[in-house]
Design a protein. Structure first.
Length: 197
């Protein structure tokens, strides 16, 4: 007589490749974005409009402050903090994205400018007189991306400062708590790896 086994679903496999994402902070943005001196040099060298850093920062701070005042009669303190946390997070994330884009464009401009790094040998020669080369266009675009990143960093800084003024707390990026199962699984894996030496 055949014995029937009850069909049980197999336990869920642990998520593979789950990596810990580094929080996006204003400090990370500041480390990647062009400094004030670099932004001034880019504007001058490439004949681009300079960034009104302080104006952008102050305007952003004022706008967030006015929006918070309009919400205060209806939104309680906790809800206001959560709302502002998300708003400021969006400003900081946007600036972080712009700095990453800028860094990529700088690398591309360097590669096109360095004659030995080019696979396209035509770039070793000067372009037709009166026309920009591909490398010159890449440098110009990188400078524009740098000024954008600098301007968005100013807005992020204004948003972070507004958060501190309104809530009385320092803004920190939201970090979700790992699930209990994932935490136990990680601890178990760490103990097993330690046992393996």
């Amino acid at each position: 007589m055949a014995v029937k086994h009850s069909s049980k679903s197999a336990p869920a496999a642990p998520r593979r490749g789950a990596s810990v994402r580094q929080a996006i902070t204003l400090e990370r943005v500041t480390a990647l974005a062009p400094s004030h001196n670099q932004a001034e040099a880019m504007a001058t060298t490439f004949a681009l409009d300079p960034v009104d850093y302080h104006g952008i920062r102050e305007t952003t701070e004022e706008q967030i402050g006015r929006a918070a005042q309009a919400l205060q009669p209806t939104v309680n303190e906790t809800a206001m903090r959560i709302h502002l946390q998300r708003i400021v997070g969006a400003f900081v994330s946007s600036a972080h994205g712009a700095t990453g884009f800028y860094q990529g464009k700088v690398t591309q401009a360097r590669d096109l400018t360095a004659k030995l790094a080019n696979e396209d040998r035509d770039e070793d020669r000067e372009g037709i007189w009166g026309f920009e080369t591909k490398a010159a266009r890449a440098r110009q675009f990188a400078a524009q991306a740098g000024l954008t990143a600098h301007a968005l960093m100013a807005a992020a800084e204004g948003a972070v400062h507004a958060y501190a003024e309104i809530t009385g707390e320092t803004w920190k990026p939201y970090e979700g708590q790992p699930s209990a199962a994932a935490s136990v699984s990680r601890k178990s894996a760490a103990a097993e790896m330690e046992a393996l030496g």
